[in-house]
Design a protein around this ligand. Sequence first.
Ligand SMILES: [Zn+2]
Length: 341
Amino acid sequence: MLAALEQIQQQALEELHTLQDEDALQRWKVTHLGRNSPLMRTFDQLGALPKEERPLIGRRANEVKRALEEAFEARRQALQQAALQRSLQSERLDVTLPGRPIARGRLHPTNLTLRQIVRIFNEMGFQVYRSREVETDEYNFELLNIPAHHPARDLWDTFYTTTPGVLLRTHTSPGQIHVMRQYAPQPLRVVLPGMCYRYEQVSARKETQFNQVEGLAVGRNITFGDLKGTLSDFARRLFGPQVRTRFRASHFPFTEPSAEMDIECFLCGGWGCSVCAQSGWLEILGAGMVHPLVLRNGGYDPQRFSGFAFGLGPERITMLKYHVDDIRLFWNNDLRFLEQF
Ligand SMILES: [Zn+2]
């Protein structure tokens, strides 16, 4: 019986030292210390032993039991310690390492130019006026002196909605009517930035959506001289104090007279290059004195009030400033392009 107990203890301890995880430890406990383990059955058999052997065997069995329990506890703590060491090693945190840099966003190139343009006009006393991108045929065409039969309407290939007479604005000019009707007969100076939409064949030069900045000044005694002075000053503030400008006669239905403003090509200094088509000049914006009919549609008496208006494209100016040769890049969301600004 004593030999059997020795055997039980030796075998259990040998097994215990090969165990590597908590599950195995628990299985070992059931096998060697559980109700049906050989050791526990020894206690059950004590009653059947001769009286004089009972104390000796009983004491020995208790010693074995305690030895196994202590060994179990020691092994369990050793395994826990080892696991803790491993996780400290593998998840070691070096607080002296520099942090990972946070990816910072930046402004879209069009917004950069847009903000620059708006800031310049703000400095000259123009306020920003936002107007809707979904417009009616009346505001987008009729009230701007572009009636249904007007040949100029062919210039704008329009996105019409399924609601008759409702469309995506093809230019920011309908904002002129909105702002005039809101403030007439007060004098006003506003810029109207925003997105426009045209049903175009997309190419390197044409997109179906693009930004425009419209400008409008209405008051008493506003002359073409004010228009030239304001826009020439704008060009100098945007492209540098040395830049030269020129005005060419043009035609728009909602201005009379109308003009286009060029600046001397800042790439070749006026000598002629591929960007300016060897002309030495770059077209920057369209402008003109507000047509009397448009003034009246806005609520101003053209006998007493006059004004000038202009429109320019931030994407076009961005393309010129940064030598971007394809307008589609602006809406492709390609980070390789956007991160350069
Ligand atoms: Zn040039």
